[in-house]
Design a binder for this molecule. Structure first.
Ligand code: ZN
Length: 218
């Protein structure tokens, strides 16, 4: 799952508008943001096997640190602690919401991945395999992404049209990934994922910033 992960970040923003949306964007992708350097360093492993699922060609055969259930819980608790300590005036509730956003990644991955998500270490792997049903998987991504966005729009935030266009662009990237060629290598897949997550967080940071006040006319 890729753009769908951002649905919970928009929903979380609705629940607690004090949390910056870019923080929630990082939170919902934290497991993948960690996965990318782990793959680049050879700590976790993926190989490209065209056709392994209908939607993508990633054989994620070793990712115990970032994508096991135990790992996901540990990173969620770490995010709770970091947010609580690093953000001045952050409430315990807000920190729990950030932690839940981190954990939402594993839950959504569970729906789409083939059984490559370990419960602990590299064993007892689960995954409901929606990636094998391209249209269904894309439909789920769209429903979760735009459903979350709709909740966010209830806050009457600025630049709603731009946010909607941004969501459509993210979804189209996923359509390309689902129908386009497989990544050239494991490392290029990790690099592409990491750079998109950083770029998306930067874009949403700009989009949610307060518009400048109009200059008062004399
Ligand atoms: Zn993931």
């Amino acid at each position: 799952m890729f753009p769908g992960h951002y649905g919970p970040s928009f929903a979380a923003k609705r629940i607690d508008p004090t949390i910056p949306l870019w923080v929630l964007f990082v939170a919902v992708q934290l497991l993948d943001i960690l996965w990318a350097p782990f793959v680049l360093l050879g700590i976790e492993k993926v190989r490209i096997v065209p056709g392994i699922t209908a939607t993508n060609s990633l054989d994620l055969y070793y990712m115990p640190y970032t994508h096991s259930l135990v790992g996901a819980i540990v990173w969620s608790l770490a995010a709770f602690a970091v947010y609580r300590v690093a953000v001045r005036g952050a409430s315990t509730r807000a920190a729990w919401i950030v932690a839940a956003a981190v954990f939402s990644h594993w839950v959504l991955d569970l729906l789409v991945h083939r059984p490559d998500l370990p419960i602990y270490d590299n064993t007892a792997k689960v995954g409901l395999g929606l990636w094998n049903f391209r249209v269904l998987a894309l439909g789920l991504e769209a429903a979760v992404l735009f459903g979350g966005m709709l909740l966010y729009f209830g806050l009457r935030p600025p630049r709603r049209t731009a946010v909607l266009v941004f969501g459509v662009v993210m979804f189209l990237v996923q359509v390309y990934l689902a129908f386009g060629p497989p990544p050239a290598s494991d490392k290029s897949a990790a690099m592409a994922a990491l750079s998109s997550y950083v770029i998306f967080a930067l874009i949403i940071r700009v989009l949610e910033s307060k518009p400048p006040l109009p200059v008062a006319s004399p």
